[in-house]
Design a protein around this ligand. Structure first.
Ligand SMILES: C[S@@+](CC[C@H](N)C(=O)[O-])C[C@H]1O[C@@H](n2cnc3c(N)ncnc32)[C@H](O)[C@@H]1O
Length: 313
């Protein structure tokens, strides 16, 4: 072994690090394209695992185990850990780290992109994942539904949008979509220096618990409504539903739904009058998306759909 490697190893041993951790430190160059920022603060690792409240009967799905700092703690608690890792070099490091330990039999590694792969059955999800996949991952996870909780690290600003409340500056479509399907709580802020190499941004950990039962709604309709409202989140609903583009879209769908139900085909005037009636009945004329609660969106959607006004054709 070259002299410099032996010396580094000696220093690491004095700091009480295991030989597997040292091997990892010496052999990997981190790939920015895969968002590889290794969590190196054991206290943060422990807080994440504690918040996940893992039972000994749980299957944990981990996204992006990297060199395995979180994985090691998850394996201590869970019945099984299924880890998605896109980078084969990291997979090799993981195998090196856990090979020959009692944990290896509890660890299943899926080599590939977690966004493009089907999720296995799991109870708890834990992830310090690359921030570029945050948004598609959250939606994939929420639509998967069948899990108890997820404890996830995100870029701080993304996390803040997940749990922002109506009226908060960061409240947006992401907040409403997420909170429709889950309870989201902030767990911990994590500064850049807790990672190696340090990212350019600060991070936050959130805990997500899917609603049980999930609201029984048509998500395409929900998405259509919230998309229209949040792209104009500072405008009153009354102004939004007077806009030519919005009325054109809704009239087209209205005609389709009316003819499906063998109702006489309506013109733009009919739909405008109906929308006016609904907004007045719900007292939403002066309401703006940026202050609307999930229940208010649901109420508006229900009233629109009950009157054959749809956001998808
Ligand atoms: C921020 S690092 C975290 C590593 C480790 N969990 C930790 O906390 O130290 C993100 C990890 O996710 C992996 N990764 C990136 N994109 C991925 C994807 N689409 N699917 C699965 N893993 C991915 C990277 O290779 C990297 O190991």
């Amino acid at each position: 072994m070259p002299k410099v490697k032996r010396e580094r190893q000696g220093a690491a041993q004095r700091k009480g690090q295991s030989s597997t951790q040292q091997a990892v430190r010496q052999s990997i160059t981190f790939n920015k394209d895969f968002g590889q920022h290794i969590l190196r603060n054991p206290m943060v690792v422990q807080s994440i695992v504690d918040k996940a409240a893992i039972k000994s009967s749980d299957v944990v799905m981990e996204i992006g185990p990297g060199t395995g700092n979180l994985t090691a703690k998850l394996l201590e608690k869970a019945k099984k850990v299924i880890a998605f890792e896109i980078d084969p070099r990291m997979v090799a490091e993981l195998r090196k780290r856990f090979m020959g330990t009692p944990y290896m039999s509890k660890l299943e590694i899926i080599v590939g992109d977690c966004i493009k792969s089907e999720f296995p059955d799991f109870d708890v999800c834990v992830a310090n994942m690359p921030y570029q996949i945050s948004s598609p991952f959250v939606f994939k996870l929420l639509l998967h539904r069948k899990f108890r909780c997820a404890v996830l690290m995100f870029q701080k600003e993304f996390a803040e949008r997940l749990y922002a409340k109506p009226g908060d500056k960061l409240y947006c479509r992401l907040s409403a979509n997420t909170q429709l399907m889950a309870r989201v709580a902030h767990v911990l802020k994590v500064g850049k220096n807790n990672f190696k190499p340090p990212p350019k941004v600060d991070s936050s950990v959130v805990r997500i618990e899917p609603m049980n039962p999930m609201p029984k709604i048509n998500f395409v309709e929900w998405d259509g409504l919230t998309r229209i409202l949040f792209t104009r989140k500072n405008k009153t609903l009354s102004a939004i539903f007077k806009s030519k583009t919005v009325i054109e879209l809704l009239s087209k769908n209205y005609q389709i739904y009316c003819s499906l139900n063998e109702i006489m085909v309506a013109d733009d005037f009919d739909i405008k009058a109906k929308i006016d009636e609904i907004l007045t009945e719900c007292a939403f004329n002066e309401t703006r998306a940026r202050t609307m609660s999930i229940d208010q969106f649901l109420k508006l959607l229900e009233r629109f759909n009950a009157n054959k006004i749809h956001f998808s054709s």
